[in-house]
Design a protein around this ligand. Structure first.
Ligand code: GDP
Ligand code: ZN
Length: 388
């Protein structure tokens, strides 16, 4: 390496001014062709109406996104994207391209056309926040996990990136408001319950009120980009403020209310954390649903999938078939009934979501229903024939 430390382009990726926003050697390699064209890299910290705020080496600039493959909802510029922007000129400049996404956080839209909507990109950690102030809903935790675990290995993530419908970030479950469960034995049991629903996933407890566990969480999100998921009231904003070390979320809300215009430092949806790492918090991330998370469901319920391999019928639905290994595991107490119910529910839901987007699968399902209908009719007629 050369010793000319004052110019960003000759600095190693970790010394790069954008390193606090997650810039690394991988991005540098991806960006090389655009650097050759004289463009500069930046990370999108906020998007609104065809324009976006981009953090660059020279600070936050405003850029127009009209050039970047419009119309495809999956390719609309999103918070978390790395983009190549015009090096100078008055704002808005132009964002010329999006670097291939490592991961994309997608939600199903409620519209009939069921296109995906990208909520955030290039996410490494999904922090699932669960409040200890209310009774634990393990089914809800499983649902969030299925969403987070749709893709597993880093390799697959990189390859799948651009057109993937899956998220593929590392999940962690954070039980918030731990101060409300002062008895350590009770707290340990709650953690155990959650661990049972989240095999292989770290489960932490934190109290933003007392500061307990925040250091562990800060270390976990200290590299890469994180998002906080969870129900309203789970303590996400409080946690974000604790991690950022300022009342950023409140400040932003206040400004949004009084409508006194935009202030770049408080309207960002992507923030560099003082202890390292990057946090994305967009309004759209609230209340995410499940989107084509079939593989994710399988991973969250690995023990059920394993049992299912021993069912007599390979397409066993574990409802009433003879020789069902899953149901016998429930009967002898190896598998919680609640967990099987949760699995079924997510599988059913997932099948419909996939069917909405995948015409071929939809046609197949239709055929199955028709065949079942025909079989039912034939059976009826046979019966009738017998008795008439
Ligand atoms: P969000 O909707 O997920 O962003 O949740 P908020 O961060 O707005 O928190 C919801 C409520 O929980 C607020 O009244 C907070 O004061 C409260 N809260 C957040 N963190 C803690 C905590 O660590 N302990 C306790 N006791 N209350 C908390
Ligand atoms: Zn079965």
């Amino acid at each position: 390496m050369f010793n000319a430390p004052l110019h960003p382009s000759s600095l190693s990726a970790v010394q790069h001014p954008l390193a606090v926003y997650g810039w690394d050697e991988g991005w540098e390699v991806e960006f090389a062709p655009y650097a050759a064209q004289g463009l500069v890299p930046g990370r999108v910290v906020r998007v609104d109406r065809g324009q976006c705020d981009v953090a660059t080496s020279d600070g936050v600039v405003r850029a127009d996104t009209a050039f970047v493959v419009p119309r495809d909802p999956m390719k609309v510029v999103c918070t978390g994207d790395w983009v190549a922007v015009d090096p100078e000129g008055t704002d808005p400049r132009y964002a010329r391209t999006i670097l291939p996404r490592r991961t994309a956080f997608v939600r199903s839209t409620s519209s009939k056309r069921s296109e995906g909507q990208v909520l955030a990109t290039n996410i490494d950690h999904i922090v699932i926040c669960v409040s200890l102030a209310v009774e634990l809903d393990l089914g809800r935790i499983e649902r969030f996990l299925a969403l987070a675990m749709s893709s597993s290995s880093g390799e697959a993530l990189l390859r799948k990136s651009a057109d993937s419908w899956e998220s593929g970030a590392q999940p962690v479950v954070v039980l918030t408001k731990a101060d409300l469960v002062p008895d350590p034995v009770t707290l340990a049991h709650l953690v155990q319950d959650v661990e049972g629903s989240a095999p292989g996933v770290p489960v932490l407890t934190v109290s933003a009120l007392h500061g307990d566990g925040l250091d562990v969480l800060a270390a976990l999100v200290g590299s890469g980009t994180s998002v906080l998921l969870g129900q309203s009231g789970a303590g996400k904003s409080t946690l974000a403020n604790a991690l950022v070390g300022a009342d950023v979320m409140d400040v932003r809300a206040a400004r949004d209310v009084d409508g006194k215009g935009r202030h770049t430092t408080t309207t960002r949806n992507l923030l560099a954390l003082p202890s390292g790492g990057v946090l994305i918090d967009t309004p759209g991330l609230r209340g995410v649903g499940l989107y084509d998370a079939g593989t994710g469901v399988g991973q969250v319920f690995a023990e059920i999938e394993e049992l299912a391999e021993r069912c007599r019928f390979h397409d066993c639905t574990h409802e009433s078939e003879p020789g069902c290994a899953v149901r016998s595991a429930v009967e002898n107490g190896e598998l919680a009934d609640r967990r099987l119910e949760s699995y079924r529910k997510l599988m059913r839901e997932n099948q419909w979501i996939v069917a909405k987007t995948d015409a071929r699968l939809r046609a197949e399902l239709k055929k199955t229903f028709k065949r079942r209908g025909a079989e039912g009719k034939a059976a009826m007629e046979a019966k009738r024939g017998r008795w008439s």
